[in-house]
Design a protein around this ligand. Structure first.
Ligand SMILES: Cc1cc2nc3c(=O)[nH]c(=O)nc-3n(C[C@H](O)[C@H](O)[C@H](O)COP(=O)(O)O)c2cc1C
Length: 182
């Protein structure tokens, strides 16, 4: 088992996938990691739709770049997608959103997505969270009910050989960290 620090440093958005298929049990491990994520009031406002057939993968890939430009073209090499839908929220979460102005359910989705990506990393599987996609055709293809929202798509696949770990471009610590006052 790799250390959490090692996984965090190694995980990056993978945008060059090899043709190597991902074993079903490894995908399941990633979903399990997401399923175990914490959520506001333990609402678990998600469903994970694994898209692993060649035909549907190609369609999902297309919906991440078609109309959006060449931005997400790399997804056509992904070996699997996990489409995360936003499910019914608890009353307390909806109230929180109204009173506090914070989307707790989207925080929940983000945490689950990161669990999934870190688990993938531990298995040597590359991931890229995809926020740009045409939602309507994705919903039609996967028969997602009209009243549900696609919150995020995660593209998965083994990185091509020699894929480099990039230097992380992040704001410096002193810009984001304060003690005891803003
Ligand atoms: C919610 C979310 C949506 C994202 N959507 C896309 C996307 O549509 N296409 C893409 O190539 N990267 C996408 N990314 C990846 C970010 O660009 C990337 O995480 C960021 O630049 C930091 O780089 P790193 O993941 O390699 O550390 C997304 C990331 C998040 C968290």
């Amino acid at each position: 088992m790799k250390s959490i620090e090692g996984l965090i440093r190694k995980r990056q958005s993978t945008r060059k996938f090899s043709d190597k298929p991902i074993a079903k049990e490894h995908i399941l491990k990633c979903i399990e990691a997401a399923r175990l994520a914490p959520s506001s009031s333990n609402a678990q406002p998600w469903k994970f739709i694994v898209v692993d057939t060649a035909e549907k993968r190609a369609r999902i890939a297309k919906y991440t770049y078609e109309k959006i430009g060449f931005f997400n073209k790399f997804t056509s090499r992904a070996q699997c997608f996990v489409v995360i839908t936003l499910e019914k929220q608890k009353l307390i979460t909806r109230l929180g959103k109204r009173i506090k102005g914070i989307d707790w359910e989207l925080i929940d989705i983000g945490i689950a997505a990161q669990h999934l990506c870190l688990q993938a990393e531990e298995l040597g599987i590359g991931s890229c969270m995809i926020g740009w996609y045409s939602e309507k055709p994705v919903k039609e293809l996967l028969q997602i009910p009209h009243n549900k929202k696609v919150a995020l798509i995660i593209a998965l696949g083994y990185p091509v050989e020699g894929y480099k770990i990039r230097k992380k471009i992040r704001k410096p610590l002193k810009e984001v960290l304060n003690y005891n006052t803003y």
